[in-house]
Design a protein. Structure first.
Ligand SMILES: Cc1ncc(COP(=O)(O)O)c(C=O)c1O
Length: 720
């Protein structure tokens, strides 16, 4: 056994500048677990994990599993102007994130080091000391002040007020890196002459932070260089140490800059308290710059980048660009492997854990996970009581499963035409199709964009009154995890009885095959659980033959005990159970949902920019009250104008190794529906016209920018 085990250090914000640099410096000394959220990273010698710090449950399980001795809480929204622009997001990340850590540390002896900022000071004084009152001038500073207050509720905490420069592992530059980059590329650099600070090199800061842990400091400290200089002098010092061209540095005033957030000009920090309590000399800013430059000359930034990188994504990226694909990383693989090594690979605890995680993401109150989106829709129809003679209204612009689920129950699917702008089923068309036989409506959130659920709900309520019976609304949300409708997450079921999702590999998150049903209704949840597993119950309270649950054999007079083997079948259900293996993958994937959505939107913004003004293309329309996850990017083509048909266009792109797809062949035109239900071309003219012109182009989170440009060039060349 290791006689002297290393202390366990949890670093939040490990993909950020300070988090990554501290992890890099201290990884031999501590056993480090790094937490990231938006930027997946991997670093030799440490473990990393994706966690949403704004979720108390995720933080609780992180702390419970890792049991840190020390926490260095770096994670924050530190972009000062972004905080001004998105104050609520800043509050959540900076304050709620800290609250979740402090709250969930209750009962643990872990030492918390809370990274704060020099921007909590107003800069009224020449040199700010820890005793000076705080007075932030911008929202970032205010959120950090509040976060300090939260952190200080924890006994033994160290609050580090700091400003630093070092080596970014993401594609951005801290001040020192930016100067080197710009001047070596012969670009002009502007330096503020009227803005003073005591910035410190991250590698110096990491050493001081480690010492502070050894000496068990407690309270608020300025962790900065012992001297200060203007930003102009900082730039000049870096340049002269590297013999870079001074003429390219222009002195300017910070007032000339149109920053969104106000900034103080004097942020020189007094480090006497730190020096005294650590019993060391704190390095000056010139010394700090010297070490930074020396490390640059010794190629440290390249070394860091070679040891810290984005996590591998599987399958490896190929030359071919598919229209959609899964994004699996090492965390996903590890989660699945853990289950394979565990006691249960199906019907174990991961199922509830996955369902709970899905509830947190959507805000719904009940969730039943199953083995596909199709089974989700089927049990939703069963729970709604769809049966022979019932009609179920859905969209023609969907995958066949949205209609098949009604047929499985003996129901008749009725197709209501779509809205020409959103390609979603039109509420007005639904209204026209409702009659006394209508049992359920299945609106499909095509490509991820929610249907107008409030409008549909209003229509359904009025029709329920008219016909005197309940009409269920079941959202086919198979495309829509992560999307929003009027401020709610899709799946919250505010305007529906149930919502079904799919976790097929082309969807936002995957479990291989998989799905779930959300509902706000406890009674429906109970039915869904029955139908998921053969219609069987093992719950004593639900047994119809209670006496059979107790053993009648053996001598008379014994205390009756419940038969451990006993269960009852109450309905005709199915085996639609999802496995532990799938749920472990789902839990891990769900942690990256925000990352996946964000990257998809970035790609969509670029596509829109490239295609918006092209006369023969129509780009997707997003309703103002929706925020779609962009499961698909569908373009409508005026094929006449480019003088070729769709098959030619698809083949031309395929030759360039770009795969496209068509979503969807109108369901009512399939032979099965024509032959079984007498549907025909012309039933839904808008969906049929749309079908003639639509084509989905590649969209998935791990597309890189060159893939995106290749697709754009390929599409535009179709007119050539
Ligand atoms: C709109 C829609 N509904 C239902 C399904 C069925 O989901 P699954 O493939 O998970 O059974 C899909 C699958 O692609 C779909 O796109």
């Amino acid at each position: 056994m290791d006689q002297n085990p290393r202390k366990r250090m949890l670093i939040t914000g490990v993909s950020g500048l300070l988090g990554s640099n501290v992890a890099y410096c201290l990884r031999d000394k501590y056993e480090i677990l790094g937490v990231y959220h938006a930027h997946t990273i991997e670093m030799e010698g440490i473990r990393t994990i994706c966690t949403d710090l704004t979720s108390s449950d995720e933080v609780a399980s992180l702390l419970k599993d890792f049991k840190p001795d020390v926490i260095v809480h770096c994670a924050a929204q530190a972009d000062v102007d972004k905080c001004e622009e998105y104050p609520e997001a800043a509050e959540r990340i900076n304050v709620l994130g800290t609250q979740n850590i402090v709250k969930n540390l209750n009962g643990s002896a872990a030492k918390l080091l809370h990274i704060s900022t020099d921007l909590v000071y107003s800069g009224q004084k020449d040199r700010c000391s820890e005793d000076d009152p705080v007075g932030p001038l911008n929202h970032y500073g205010r959120t950090k002040c509040r976060a300090e207050q939260v952190a200080l509720e924890r006994k033994g905490v160290i609050v580090l007020r700091t400003n630093f420069f070092g080596w970014n592992i993401q594609n951005k530059y801290s001040l020192g890196e930016w100067v080197i980059h710009e001047l070596t590329h012969k670009k002009e650099v502007q330096g503020f002459t009227d803005c003073h600070f005591s910035s410190i090199y991250t590698f110096e800061l990491a050493g001081l932070l480690d010492l502070a842990i050894q000496k068990n400091l407690t309270g608020v400290y300025n962790f900065a260089s012992s001297t200060s200089m203007s930003k102009y002098d900082f730039v000049s010092t870096v340049a002269s140490r590297l013999s870079l061209d001074h003429h390219m540095i222009k002195p300017v005033s910070i007032d000339q800059f149109g920053f969104k957030a106000q900034r103080s000009k004097s942020l020189s920090l007094d480090t006497q308290k730190l020096s005294r309590d650590l019993a060391v000399d704190i390095p000056t800013i010139s010394y700090s710059i010297g070490r930074f430059v020396e490390d640059f000359q010794n190629d440290l930034p390249a070394k860091i980048r070679s040891e810290i990188k984005q996590k591998n994504i599987y399958p490896a990226l190929l030359d071919k660009i598919p229209y959609g694909r899964q994004s699996i990383d090492e965390d996903d693989i590890a989660a699945v492997v853990d289950v394979l090594k565990s006691e249960s690979i199906t019907q174990g605890p991961k199922i509830r854990e996955f369902e709970d995680a899905l509830l947190r993401v959507t805000g719904a109150s009940h969730c039943v996970a199953v083995n596909s989106g199709t089974s989700a829709l089927h049990i939703a129809c069963l729970a709604a009581g769809v049966t022979a003679g019932d009609e179920v209204i859905t969209s023609p612009n969907t995958f066949v499963a949205s209609a098949n689920c009604a047929v499985y129950c003996g129901g008749r699917p009725i197709f209501a035409d779509i809205d020409p702008r959103t390609y979603n089923v039109s509420p007005m068309e639904i209204e026209k199709k409702i009659n006394a036989r209508t049992k359920a409506i299945i609106p499909v959130h095509f490509a991820g964009q929610s249907c107008d659920m409030e409008a549909i709900q209003e229509i359904v309520r009025a029709k329920e009154k008219e016909y005197g019976h309940k009409i269920y609304v079941i959202e086919d949300a198979c495309h829509a995890i992560g999307s929003e409708y009027k401020g709610d997450k899709v799946g919250a079921c505010r305007h529906s009885d149930m919502a079904a999702m799919s976790f097929h590999p082309v969807k936002h998150i995957t479990t291989g095959e998989g799905g779930c049903v959300f509902t706000g209704d406890k009674a429906l949840e109970r039915k869904l659980r029955y139908f998921r597993s053969h219609g069987i119950s093992s719950d004593l309270a639900e047994f119809k033959n209670q006496s059979n649950a107790f053993d009648a054999s053996g001598p008379v007079g014994l205390e009756p005990i419940q038969n451990p083997w006993y269960y009852e079948q109450h309905f005709l259900g199915y085996n639609y159970r999802i496995t532990e293996i799938q749920c472990a993958l789902g839990i891990s994937q769900l942690r990256k949902l925000d990352i996946f959505c964000r990257r998809r939107r970035e790609i969509v913004d670029r596509y829109n920019q490239a295609f918006q003004s092209v006369a023969w293309l129509t780009t997707p329309y997003e309703e103002p009250f929706c925020r779609t996850n962009f499961h698909l990017y569908v373009l409508q083509f005026d094929f006449n104008r480019i003088g070729k048909n769709r098959a030619q266009a698809m083949l031309e792109l395929r030759q360039k190794k770009i795969q496209t797809q068509v979503h969807y062949i109108p369901v009512h035109t399939h032979p099965f529906y024509r032959e079984t239900f007498g549907t025909k071309a012309g039933d839904c003219p808008v969906a049929e016209r749309y079908y003639q012109q639509c084509m989905s182009i590649p969209l998935y989170p791990v597309m890189d920018d060159t893939d995106v440009e290749r697709v754009i060039d390929g599409v535009l060349a179709l007119a050539g």
